[in-house]
Design a protein around this ligand. Sequence first.
Ligand SMILES: Nc1ncnc2c1ncn2[C@@H]1O[C@H](COP(=O)(O)OP(=O)(O)O)[C@@H](O)[C@H]1O
Ligand SMILES: [Mg+2]
Length: 207
Amino acid sequence: MVKSDNITWHHSQVSKEQRQTVNDHKSVVLWFTGLSGSGKSTIANAVEKALFDQQVHSYVLDGDNMRFGLNKNLGFSAEDREENIRRIGEVAKLFVDAGVVTLTAFISPYRADRDQVRANVEADEFIEVFVDTPLAVCEERDVKQLYAKARRGEIKGFTGIDAPYEAPEDPEITIDTSSQSLATSVDQVLTYLADHGYVQLATANEG
Ligand SMILES: Nc1ncnc2c1ncn2[C@@H]1O[C@H](COP(=O)(O)OP(=O)(O)O)[C@@H](O)[C@H]1O
Ligand SMILES: [Mg+2]
């Protein structure tokens, strides 16, 4: 629903397809989802670096970072989480229009919110990457000491502890960082992109 009257879409003189042609790769959203500490940011950033090194225009939208700026007025209620993901979905869509391989690293616990983002882009423009690291492993890592706080009741509504995480039903890519190295995970994502014709990579399919 749009609040304003009297607005008209102004079409760009440069199309997404033209940008992709100049870039020599397609643009797409790699939507990382999983528990806090599962490895979303770590893998997304490593993939971004690997793509950059191969001259692929790529960019990470990271959950925590977005909450310092664009989404600084949002908390972690179900309603705010929904709005958080809606905004990131819209930003990711703009990045795809700009010709960029866009990686998003948000817990994004609600299936409906993720599916909404998927529905808002072309069918082949959304790749759901489920970072399926078991809760026990995430909690053992406790990189930011948030699980300890949540267990002590100092954080309410923490995903996996006292707020739900709805796992993807049919993700394009599934990664379990408790059983595979960071390098393997990066290679898995790059191979997917190359195999599905999003990018051409020098090394993704070798060995
Ligand atoms: N195989 C692995 N793949 C990715 N991260 C791993 C792996 N093994 C351990 N880790 C660690 O797990 C933590 C994941 O944290 P982070 O990427 O911030 O998670 P998230 O963004 O999902 O909250 C990092 O400290 C990372 O070094
Ligand atoms: Mg993160």
